[in-house]
Ligand binder design. Structure first.
Ligand code: GDP
Length: 339
């Protein structure tokens, strides 16, 4: 069946990394606003699509307003073909190896996908007749160990992790293509953003899942690395809302997306366990396996530019997230047990 991509007068978006946490929220938000959404998925991976399951199984949505295309980030011919075929108005580049800890084990592929993958897309856009507005999801990891706190869009980049180095390359290339080739290209410099859809290897979700399991008697301990790290944790769907706003402005720019507040891993752990009536100290084991060769410090973002220009305000705090995510994990474990 030939799919009709151009039937809608509403804008069309293409999302790389559509199956991830941010991709799934952004897809829902864009579909709600009447967009046609195309997503790139890796053919070779056994990609987990559970975050988009309700949309895939909705006959009124899948292959009507939401389309998936197979393409790896280094497959430039296929990506170009998809861009020409789908003619998106907006391109959200969210894909890449997103785990900072893992980037120490797989630095080469982290750079291949996160750094070179972004450059390859920029190169394709440069040649297109109809250039979509482009958003790259950058990261607070570009600041590494900054001299100033909080960080804003003008803070020098000093990454200390392979992931941070790769994101720095990609972020600067986006700036270069904006300034040198006139692309409408923006960096969303995102501090950690969490949700019940966060991958289970990230510390927040690992904690909330363990709190839920222990509270239901399914487990008795949680094994973590250092509890001292502090993060500026915000809410993922609020950050994807800001990403969309960034592409609706008159001119392209970079924006820090952050709450401006930090909490330690220990505070998050305490809040999650407390929310289900537990004391984490009764269940915690620590293992050097989960400790990093290098840790970022003093990372806290200043979202003033996003607040002023986009009218965006982050509303959910890290401690709200600890409670919400634990409650969501309790619910999903109960549903699983009942099914
Ligand atoms: P990111 O490193 O900021 O991308 O986010 P993570 O959620 O992976 O880690 C946040 C903080 O939690 C870091 O300071 C980690 O060192 C710390 N941490 C402590 N134990 C763990 C663990 O078991 N897994 C992970 N992922 N992080 C841990």
């Amino acid at each position: 069946m030939a799919l009709r991509y151009f039937s809608s007068p509403m804008p069309t978006a293409l999302i790389t990394g559509i199956t991830g946490q941010d991709g799934s929220y952004l897809t829902e938000q864009l579909l709600d606003q009447g967009y046609t959404v195309h997503g790139l998925v890796r053919r070779t991976s056994n990609t987990v699509r559970s975050r988009l399951d309700p949309l895939f199984h909705n006959k009124d949505v899948y292959n009507k307003n939401l389309f998936l295309h197979y393409a790896d980030l280094d497959d430039t011919t296929t990506i170009r073909r998809i861009l020409v075929k789908t003619q998106p108005d907006e391109l959200y580049h969210l894909a890449g190896q997103s785990h900072v800890g893992a980037s120490f084990d797989i630095p080469e592929s982290t750079c291949q996908f996160t750094a070179m993958g972004t450059l390859k897309i920029l190169e394709i856009l440069r040649d297109l007749e109809k250039q979509p507005r482009f958003l790259h999801i950058s990261s607070s990891e570009i600041f590494g160990r900054p001299d100033e706190s909080p960080q804003n869009e003008h803070t020098p980049m000093r990454p200390v992790t392979p992931y941070g180095v790769a994101k720095t390359f990609a972020t600067q290339m986006v700036q270069l293509y904006r300034e040198s080739f006139g692309l409408f290209a923006c960096n969303a410099i995102c501090y950690n953003h969490e949700s019940p859809r966060r991958g289970e290897s990230f510390v927040t979700r690992k904690i909330t899942k363990a709190a839920a399991e222990i509270s239901l008697g399914l487990s008795d301990e949680i094994v973590l690395g250092s509890l001292d790290g502090r993060r500026d944790w915000g809410s993922a769907p609020e950050y994807t809302t800001a990403m969309h706003l960034m592409l609706q402005q008159d001119a392209p720019d970079d924006y820090v997306l952050a709450t401006g507040q930090t909490h330690s891993v220990e505070e998050f752990l305490d809040a999650a366990f407390r929310s289900v009536g537990l004391d984490y100290q009764d269940h915690l084991q620590q293992n050097p396996k989960y400790m990093r060769p290098a840790e970022v410090t003093r990372l806290v973002g200043d979202p003033t530019h996003a607040k002023k220009q986009l009218g965006w305000t982050p509303a959910t705090t890290a401690l709200d997230l600890a409670k919400q995510m634990t409650a969501a994990d309790v619910e999903s474990l109960k549903r699983l047990a009942a099914s």
